[in-house]
Design a protein around this ligand. Structure first.
Ligand code: SF4
Length: 258
């Protein structure tokens, strides 16, 4: 086991084994490490429970459940690493470990130490980020295998799009060859010209990966997904500016898995 994480602690929501439910790697079996805390407040957020750190983290002890234990927060990084490695049983069951949130890049030192330990054990490390913290990304990038950054559309989040931070994030990923896709969540009221601008931005800064439009998953909070015809209109608007535009919904809610 690595010793790089000795003394480091991080707030954790949950650790579990499931299938990747978003983006081009959908369907891949992964261990998910969901860290607590986020500095954004997207209107469509599906993990608002991650904002305050819970008193205990829920950690699966058999891949896919049902056995789990509750560990007191914040967790030591070496204990977290041990829990993830124990869950990858049989070894190689998972294609990668996805470190997600919340916003995992609020905890760059812990993410880096965890990633180094996972890589040393032969596991690929995937980061899912809002794409707005390039300074923290710079700190972890050489210790991870791939990164999925979001492109936060104002029509969907209710907050101004952080274009400059996204550009810096995408430039780093393009240079490192570690981008998976640029993912933008779209809602019923997302206009085509906003998606066109986003596709242009993604193509300018991270052209080597797909631009993914992810229709929001309705959660009874009044935020509706685009109609089929509007979704195709958005895809077409993006395709004027990007050679690889894909429409991929979240599939884990369809499967009934976490
Ligand atoms: S970045 Fe993710 S976790 Fe943070 S508010 Fe937005 S959707 Fe929620």
């Amino acid at each position: 086991m690595t010793t790089t994480g000795v003394g480091l602690k991080v707030p954790v929501i949950e650790v579990f084994s499931s299938v990747q439910g978003e983006g081009p790697r959908v369907g891949e079996r992964q261990v998910f490490v969901r860290l607590a805390g986020c500095d954004l407040r997207c209107a469509f957020c599906d993990t608002p429970e991650s904002f305050p750190a819970p008193r205990v983290a829920r950690v699966e002890t058999s891949p896919g459940g049902p056995r789990e234990e509750q560990l007191k927060n914040p967790l030591g990084v070496d204990a977290l690493l041990g829990a993830v490695l124990a869950l990858d049983d049989p070894r190689g069951l998972h294609a990668a470990v996805s470190i997600t949130g919340g916003e995992p890049l609020l905890h760059p030192a812990a993410v880096r130490a965890l990633a180094e330990g996972l890589q040393a054990a032969g596991l690929a490390v995937h980061i899912e980020t809002g794409g707005h913290r390039p300074g923290a990304l710079r700190h972890v990038l050489d210790a991870v295998d791939r990164v999925t950054p979001d492109l936060k559309l104002e029509s969907a989040t209710g907050e101004p799009t952080p274009w400059d931070a996204h550009a810096e994030t995408y430039d780093l990923l393009e240079a490192a060859g570690k981008g998976v896709c640029v993912k933008a969540i779209v809602v019923a009221t997302t206009p085509a010209d906003e998606v066109a601008a986003a596709a242009r931005h993604a193509c300018r800064h991270l052209p080597s990966v797909p631009f993914v439009l992810q229709p929001v998953t309705p959660r009874g909070d009044g935020i509706a997904r685009p109609s089929a015809s509007h979704l195709l209109r958005l895809q077409r608007a993006a395709a004027h500016h990007h050679r690889d535009v894909r429409v991929i919904p979240q599939v884990h809610p369809l499967l009934g898995v976490r």
